[in-house]
Ligand binder design. Structure first.
Ligand code: PLP
Length: 450
């Protein structure tokens, strides 16, 4: 009998995005199996996964439809080189996705993780400008507090100090536009009624740097890693117009927002706009297998289409591009979308959840804002509710709540002091109710209400 999983894990494994010393106090939860929203560890303890295991698990763990699709595929073809070769799952997936992506997006370039899709988008935008006579357009614009992945290019268009600051000397010199900050709006407006006064920061940046910019990249409507910051569709509409007027491509990173997370298929759909390039991953395979896709317009594709000797091809590849198992999982997700009322149920539950969270936490003296889009709901904890002052970072309040939540059997991994629900779309009201109860106990353990 092999036991002591935790010690054996820590002997060799370096976990992602963590100070490993923290594991002395909080050893890894070693998961044996999952079912729906539940994860079961090797000791028989269960955790309700309210964060979809890093936002990717879209339809529950071990979803029977996706499981079967992957099982069926694995006995036919596990992987094949994707240059010159192809296979039915990839072909069918591209056909399916073509029906649901924003209008005008028609070409699908497969990669194997989100950051890789972002790298691709940046390189394609740069090369497109070069090959259409704009070699002066070498820089990128992005929003402050944005997050687009961890590789050097993706970090260069991100602005979260936590991940990026240390590596500054290695990075590209991009233009960081002050992002909408609706909770602490510098113009004193609220996101339901404003005219996106903060868009003036983008206008200023375009006036100054528009001509040297190849593309602007944004997370549409939801800056996830910034603490689930939600901003209005109007901002995207204005940005689309400004990009068009300035010859700047618009890249929408829908890696976190795609596939129903915001209540529509893609966040762009709320604004009725289409980007020139879109990146998708995470929910694409239901959170089963690593895959991402960069989707572009025909116009961009055409700028790379020429005789080989002209050297205009996009020479970018990843070994696992177009992996058939991942395609089979992604096709199964689309099948579930077509045959089950996933979006309808999620919409009803989202509305119900908003009410319940406001009732449960709205009066707590340390709950600053409860914001939401689709099923994603975030609770920002603050030291002073009136002044919206955050807690001292070194208190690690969110982390304290996280540890309590684990004791209670809830996986409520925070972003700083922002606690959030980002559950699978097919979570039930009963499961959400359990999550709310466990979250309340955990928050009140750390921040008791007098
Ligand atoms: C997760 C995420 C990425 C990076 O994807 P990885 O697969 O982790 O590399 C990029 N952009 C956004 C918006 C994300 O949420």
């Amino acid at each position: 009998m092999d036991e002591h999983f935790e010690e054996r894990d820590l002997k060799y494994i370096w976990h992602p995005a963590a100070q490993m010393k923290d594991y002395e106090e909080l050893p890894p939860m070693v998961i044996d199996h999952g079912k729906g929203v539940w994860l079961y560890d090797v000791h028989g303890k269960k955790y309700l996964d309210i964060v979809s295991s890093w936002w990717c698990n879209l339809l529950g763990h071990c979803n029977p439809v996706i499981n079967q699709a992957v099982k069926d595929q694995i006995d036919k073809l596990e992987h094949v080189i994707f240059a010159n070769f192809s296979h039915e799952p990839a072909i069918r997936l591209a056909e399916e996705l073509a029906k649901i992506v924003p209008r005008g997006l028609t070409k699908f370039h497969f990669n194997d993780n989100g950051s890789a899709a972002v790298e691709c988008a940046l390189k394609v935008a740069f090369q497109y400008q070069l090959q259409t006579g704009h070699s002066e357009r070498k820089r990128f614009m992005c929003l402050t507090e944005g997050y687009h992945g961890e590789t050097i290019g993706a970090l260069s268009v991100g602005s979260l100090d936590l991940y990026a600051k240390l590596y500054q000397p290695m990075m590209m010199d991009n233009v960081h536009v002050e992002a909408p900050d609706c909770y602490r709006c510098p113009f004193g407006k609220d996101r339901e009624h404003c005219q996106c006064e903060c868009f003036q920061y983008a206008e200023e940046a375009f006036a100054k740097h528009g001509k040297e910019t190849a593309a602007m990249i944004v997370e549409p409507l939801l800056q996830g890693s910034a603490g689930m910051r939600v901003y209005p569709p109007l901002y995207l509409q204005k940005l689309r117009k400004l990009c068009d007027a300035s010859g700047v491509l618009l890249i929408c990173d829908e890696i976190a927002t795609g596939f129903g997370r915001t209540g529509r298929m893609f966040a762009c759909d709320h604004a009725g706009i289409s980007p020139d390039i879109m990146c998708i991953s995470k929910g694409l395979t239901g959170g089963y297998l690593p895959m991402s896709i960069m989707v572009t317009t025909q116009k961009i594709y055409d700028a790379f289409y020429a005789d080989y000797s002209e050297g205009k091809a996009f020479m970018h590849s990843h070994t696992y591009a177009g992996n058939p198992l991942a395609c089979a999982a992604a096709l199964a997700v689309q099948h579930v979308f077509r045959t089950q009322p996933v979006f309808e149920n999620a919409a009803v539950n989202a509305k119900w959840l908003t009410g319940r969270l406001n009732d449960t936490f709205g009066r707590h003296p340390n709950v600053g804002e409860i914001r939401h889009i689709g099923l994603i709901h975030a609770i920002e904890l603050v030291a002073d509710k009136e002044k919206k002052t955050p807690f001292e970072a070194k208190k690690r309040l969110g982390y304290e709540v996280y540890k309590k939540a684990l004791e209670h059997g809830l996986l409520l991994r925070p972003i700083g002091d922002v606690l959030y629900f980002n559950p699978p779309l097919n979570i039930t009201q009963l499961e959400l109710d359990t999550a709310i109860r466990l979250a309340k106990e955990s928050i009140e353990d750390v921040l008791p209400v007098k």
